[in-house]
Design a protein around this ligand. Structure first.
Ligand code: F6P
Length: 539
């Protein structure tokens, strides 16, 4: 049984929301706060170590009940049950979507094709922890009997972004191993990374679900060649591990079976950091911290499945995002963590969100006539205040934003942490309140300048204020966004878990690569043909 197909724009709630938008569109949030002194309390969710304040949104209680009605008409609750219990909700690839099973407890029962997958998940988890303990403790050594000092994660997309985001975010919890990431096909970049490494003490973790991805496989070959300049192919075996569904291809490449870590086709690449694709995370942080990350995600899974609409963080954030995307026509959404450690979160979420919900064919197989996936972008505060915040405050675009911060400083530099948090709170306050003509007129004499100094305000933000950056809390945060993606896919009536849109460019790159080595070009449009010739003539 797959997901129900319902056209959202034909629901009663959607049409009620359209009418409601006409009433809300000019309402000033500032006034809503004055009218209801309890607004901040009423529109906040306190859960575990999270506080979500969504009161700075262009909504009333009426908006919320209409968004709930929409979720109900779109059968959100029964879709959530299907998602968690292994129904093949990735219909276009005939697969279950079970990254949530990777963080479920040992006594859970989750079936794929009638087989409980939990015991297999725990087998792989044990293999990961044994291997990673061996590397961290120095029990497993390189070909000259030296301890490993450097780990290189070789992968791209979901096989890179998740591990690198988490390892960067949790660097405070990391051990002595130095982590590197080779992702791009750009050979100059590979050389830059390799020139700093010693083959005797470096372990390469090749992560590719398919083991056919051009970038990863080319990079793995380059690494092999580099390694074999100093050692034999027998020595190389100690330095290569692979994470994949395609075990045969990994073996054929030269990875020994004991060094191949299995993943499954029911784990999508962009949701795979909880699986063996997170092996580098496990190596960098140790198994206990990896388990804490998984535990946090599992807690969010339970919250998502059980909390009522008004208290459900992923559902509320997803429905607000739909409110802006589909009724206010806001194209994009900004992710602004006030934590340098979360600097890779926006890029990670770009893949997770945009590869999932960047679709225009609905679950009836028809072209949608409404907007789907939003554009995700962002960067860390306070840096971005000195970059793109000008546009957020005074530009013409409506950009809903998630502001994320941790209350506690990891190293205890409270004086600077207070400054960081004061900026975090000040920016969303400024986006909400703006600055009026009268306020400016009181400050300056030159009347001509007044219009340039006005801040319109009324710009929506969510504040996600978390006690401390810990593996558990990061796990919860990532799972929160995973479920937000799911909810939006359900409401937009699309399939969120395939990514056919990445295929065409890959195929065409293959044809163009052939053109470089043959006289007669394949058929191309005139612009591409001219550019190919220009490159060939240059070489
Ligand atoms: O290009 C799209 C994609 O398939 C992503 O979805 C995936 O995360 C990435 O490529 C890497 O794929 P693989 O793990 O199979 O190398």
């Amino acid at each position: 049984m797959s997901l129900k197909s319902i056209n959202p724009v034909k629901t009663k709630a959607w049409n009620d929301l359209k009418d409601h938008y006409e009433i809300i569109k000019d309402v000033q949030m500032k006034n809503l706060f004055v009218e209801n002194p309890e607004r901040a309390n009423e529109m906040s969710i306190i859960w575990d170590e999270f506080l979500l304040d969504y009161s700075k949104n262009r909504i009333t209680t009426e908006t919320l009940s209409l968004l709930k009605a929409l979720a109900d008409e779109m059968k959100l609750n029964s879709s959530i049950s299907k998602y968690f219990s292994g129904f093949k909700i990735n219909k276009t690839e005939n697969r279950s979507v079970l990254h949530t099973a990777l963080r479920a407890p040992k006594d859970s029962k989750i079936e794929v094709d009638g087989i409980n997958i939990i015991s297999e998940i725990f087998e792989v988890k044990n293999k990961i922890s044994q291997f990673s303990n061996g590397v961290i403790s120095g029990q497993l050594k390189g070909y000259t009997n030296k301890n490993f000092t450097d780990i290189v994660n070789v992968g791209i997309g979901g096989s890179d972004l998740g591990p690198s985001m988490v390892i960067n975010a949790l660097t405070y919890y990391s051990n002595h191993l130095k982590l590197h990431f080779i992702n791009n096909i750009d050979g100059d970049y590979v050389s830059e990374v390799l020139k700093r490494l010693n083959p005797e003490t470096t372990l390469f973790v090749i992560v590719s679900k398919t083991f056919t991805t051009q970038e990863t496989i080319s990079n793995a070959h380059t690494i092999k060649k580099w390694f074999l300049k100093s050692a034999s192919s027998h020595d190389l075996k100690k330095h290569l591990v692979a994470v994949t569904v395609n075990i045969k291809a990994a073996n054929d490449f030269g990875v020994e079976s004991k060094n191949v870590f299995k993943t499954w086709d029911w784990v999508g690449g962009r949701f795979s950091l909880w699986s063996a694709a997170g092996l580098s995370i496990n190596l960098a942080l140790g198994n206990d911290n990896f388990e804490r990350l998984l535990d946090g995600a599992h807690k969010m899974d339970l919250h998502f499945q059980n909390a009522p609409f008004e208290e459900n963080i992923p559902i509320i954030t997803a429905m607000l995002s739909i409110w802006y995307n589909n009724f206010f026509n806001a194209d994009s959404e900004a992710i602004i963590p006030y934590s340098q450690n979360l600097r890779k979160l926006p890029a990670y979420l770009q893949q997770a969100v945009m590869e999932s919900n960047g679709k225009s064919i609905d679950r009836f197989g028809k072209k949608v006539d409404y907007q789907t996936g939003n554009i995700i972008w962002g960067g860390v505060g306070t840096n971005v205040q000195h970059a793109f915040f000008q546009l957020m405050h005074q530009g013409t675009k409506l950009i809903p934003a998630d502001f994320i911060a941790f209350k506690k400083s990891l190293y205890g530099n409270t004086a600077q942490h207070d400054k960081l948090i004061s900026n975090f709170l000040a920016q969303s306050e400024a986006l909400l309140c703006g600055k009026t003509k009268d306020q400016i007129a009181d400050e300056i004499n030159d009347k001509e300048i007044i219009p340039y100094k006005i801040f319109p305000g009324n710009r929506p933000t969510n504040t996600i204020f978390i006690d401390k950056l810990t593996p558990e809390n990061l796990g919860k945060l990532i799972a929160m966004y995973e479920h937000k993606i799911f909810v939006q896919g359900i409401i937009w009536n699309i399939y969120s878990y395939d990514q056919f849109g990445v295929e065409l460019g890959k195929k065409l790159a293959g044809r163009i690569l052939n053109d470089f080595s043959q006289d007669e070009l394949n058929d191309h449009d005139a612009s591409t043909k001219r550019l190919i010739n220009n490159y060939k003539n240059f070489l």
